[in-house]
Design a protein around this ligand. Structure first.
Ligand code: ZN
Length: 334
């Protein structure tokens, strides 16, 4: 019944991203979806339509359609029937899983229907990940009970990022010895910032764009500065004349607010569970380190401090120590 239902969904959607659903009873099925809205619809319908097909004592884990290429973010959703254990107390249930060399950090999320507890985890996909299929075992734990095992499968597609050429101040392409020393110290300091993420989710619901203007450069573009190839673009740029208000994309704590050699005046927000957003090249800072800020808080004003060829906002995302695509954050985080 489920296969029939899934193939119907597949015909209506386009074969863009691929996600798989695995059920603990080894009853498996695959589907394609072309947007997160489609996926959401499918999820709700699946659970509603498969009342008899899914054993009420089995848990389900599903990868969202986001982040199916290197540099992206995927969301892993796990649905645990309340009857499974812990008397339905969500806080007493913990989930464990590793994917692509990283421990996942689950948080309580929306429930698709009564009697089912929802958990989610954001999964960073390393930039150089080749096209592959990855099976992720998930353990669902409750004190005094046998752990429950489910599997989810993620299909990583081939990444295809274009390249672009930029001209900037030569000292930012070939820094002198003193600047290199500064860059090294700042890297160390930022490493400590990224390791000290709050152990709970500070964000609440989906993230927003930090400015409401046109994106001018996307994540992953391979960049050539002054004729020299230098890594890839680790964030998303927006058009922003000097002085444009830059707002918190989601609720978090100000983990860093200061001047850095490459990114100029920079604000870094810690959203908890290893998730950070970065706002760079600001002309002015409007928040202090340590403060908790709701989504939409004024963080600073846009500018062109640090390595910038003109005024704009650089918006970055760091998840579990990896720079990942902000578009995926906007699409899959909730
Ligand atoms: Zn940028």
């Amino acid at each position: 019944m489920m296969e029939k239902f899934l193939s119907k969904r597949f015909k209506r959607g386009g074969p863009v991203a691929v996600a798989m659903v695995f059920i603990a009873s080894c009853k498996t099925a695959g589907f394609h979806a072309d947007s997160s809205a489609e996926l959401k619809l499918w999820r709700q319908q699946d659970l509603a339509a498969s009342e008899g097909a899914i054993d009420p004592m089995k848990a389900v884990a599903v990868f969202s359609a986001g982040g199916t290429q290197g540099g992206g973010i995927a969301r892993l959703d796990a649905w645990v029937p309340a009857a499974v254990g812990c008397e339905g107390a969500q806080s007493a249930i913990s989930l464990e899983a590793d994917a692509l060399g990283r421990r996942l950090r689950f948080y309580p999320a929306g429930s698709p229907r009564a009697g089912v507890l929802g958990f989610s985890a954001l999964v960073p996909i390393p930039f150089e990940t080749p096209a592959s299929e990855i099976t992720v075992p998930v353990r669902i734990l409750c004190v005094g009970r046998q752990p429950l095992h489910v599997e989810a499968r993620l299909v990583v597609t081939t990444a295809s990022y274009p390249s672009e050429t930029l001209t900037v101040d030569p000292r930012h392409v070939t820094p002198d010895a003193q600047s290199l020393k500064r860059i090294r110290l700042e890297k160390k300091r930022l490493g400590a910032v990224y390791r000290a993420s709050v152990g709970r989710r500070l964000w609440n619901g989906p993230f927003d764009h930090p400015v409401s203007s046109i994106p001018t450069s996307e994540f992953g573009i391979r960049r050539v500065f002054n004729g020299q190839m230098q890594s890839f673009h680790q964030g998303k740029d927006y058009r922003a004349p000097e002085g444009t208000p830059v707002l918190a994309a989601g609720a978090g704590r100000v983990a860093f607010a200061g001047d850095l050699y490459m990114t100029g005046n920079t604000v870094i927000l810690d959203h908890g569970l290893g998730l950070f957003t970065i706002y760079a090249h600001l002309s002015a800072l409007k928040v202090e380190e340590g403060k908790e800020v709701p989504k939409g808080t004024l963080l600073g004003l846009s500018g062109m401090t640090g390595r910038a060829s003109g005024p704009h906002l650089h918006f970055g995302v760091n998840l579990s120590g990896l720079k990942v695509d902000p578009n995926d954050l906007l699409r899959v985080a909730r």
